[in-house]
Write a protein that binds this ligand. Structure first.
Ligand SMILES: Nc1ncnc2c1ncn2[C@@H]1O[C@H](COP(=O)(O)OP(=O)(O)OP(=O)(O)O)[C@@H](O)[C@H]1O
Length: 258
């Protein structure tokens, strides 16, 4: 597909574990495509391989067989090519918010004054004006995740991988962060891949949902969310969405037991 920015073609992968380095197969030929500007969530039971997909995309792991395409090109060296936001923000507690946020620009070799002025402008856009000289410990969980997202935007990549970024937040903060994320996604026109355990969160945020099955045979199936944009949480009570939610929960439950 011409406008696919990420593609897995027949990807096989195994970890080697134990003293004898036995191969534990995770994927045995999975395929998917993510299109430019799409929001795709990945759900699946614990251990189904969600984070492994991210490790393969970022280049922390390499497939045993198959091909990974980034922006239409078969890419073997993928390190540093996509933005990544982990579950726990990786903000350094001893650096101020400004010093944390400039890191990706510093790594790229941007001059300090230029990097700082870019970050100050963005903090403002991200509703974080006035926090630049504070430390991560002074900020709420939602604010820290916004700084962390800002940092992944500054990586400059068109593809962002978000690994359960809101799982540690309380329900109200989580909802406002989801709405905030959708607004940012639309503004920056990024392609987002988002891991979550929460089916409602996946339905609210995504264009499509990839569902991973559990052991032994980790398959990937996909569904399209039957909602347009903009959307509100009330849309989750539409009958077609409720039906899909029930199907997804049944699918996850049966996979958890198998
Ligand atoms: N470095 C590793 N070495 C060996 N096995 C691993 C390694 N990392 C993950 N695994 C195994 O691979 C499988 C998939 O792990 P992965 O972390 O991708 O699952 P997940 O779906 O992200 O799980 P969770 O929802 O619990 O985060 C699990 O069985 C896990 O134990």
């Amino acid at each position: 597909m011409s406008d696919s920015v990420l593609a897995f073609n027949s990807i096989a992968f195994h970890y080697q574990t134990g003293k004898k380095k036995e191969a534990v197969s995770i994927f045995d030929g999975i395929d998917f495509r993510v299109n430019d500007g799409e929001f795709v969530s990945i759900i699946g039971p614990s251990g189904s391989g969600k984070s492994t997909i991210f490790r393969l995309v970022t280049g922390l792991e390499n497939p045993a067989a198959g091909e990974i395409f980034l922006n239409g090109k078969k890419t073997e060296n993928r390190l540093g090519q996509v933005g990544y936001m982990p579950q726990q923000d990786l903000l350094m507690p001893w650096r101020t918010i400004k010093e944390n946020a400039v890191l990706p620009l510093e790594i790229k070799g941007m001059k300090k004054a230029e990097a700082e002025s870019r970050v100050l402008q963005l903090l403002d856009d991200f509703g974080l004006k006035g926090v630049e000289d504070k430390y991560p410990g002074d900020l709420s969980g939602g604010m820290r995740q916004r700084v962390s997202f800002l940092r992944s935007i500054l990586s400059g990549s068109n593809i962002l991988l978000l690994d359960e970024p809101f799982s540690a937040l309380d329900a109200i903060t989580r909802l406002s962060m989801q709405e905030w994320l959708l607004a940012q996604w639309q503004k920056w026109k990024k392609t987002i891949l988002f891991i979550t355990h929460d089916v409602d969160e996946a339905l609210f945020l995504s264009d499509r949902i990839f569902v991973l099955t559990g052991r032994p045979n980790h398959q990937l199936t996909e569904v399209t969310v039957p909602l347009g944009r903009p959307r509100t949480v009330r849309d989750l009570s539409r009958p077609e969405v409720v039906t899909l939610k029930e199907q997804l929960i049944d699918q996850l439950r049966s996979k958890e037991l198998s």
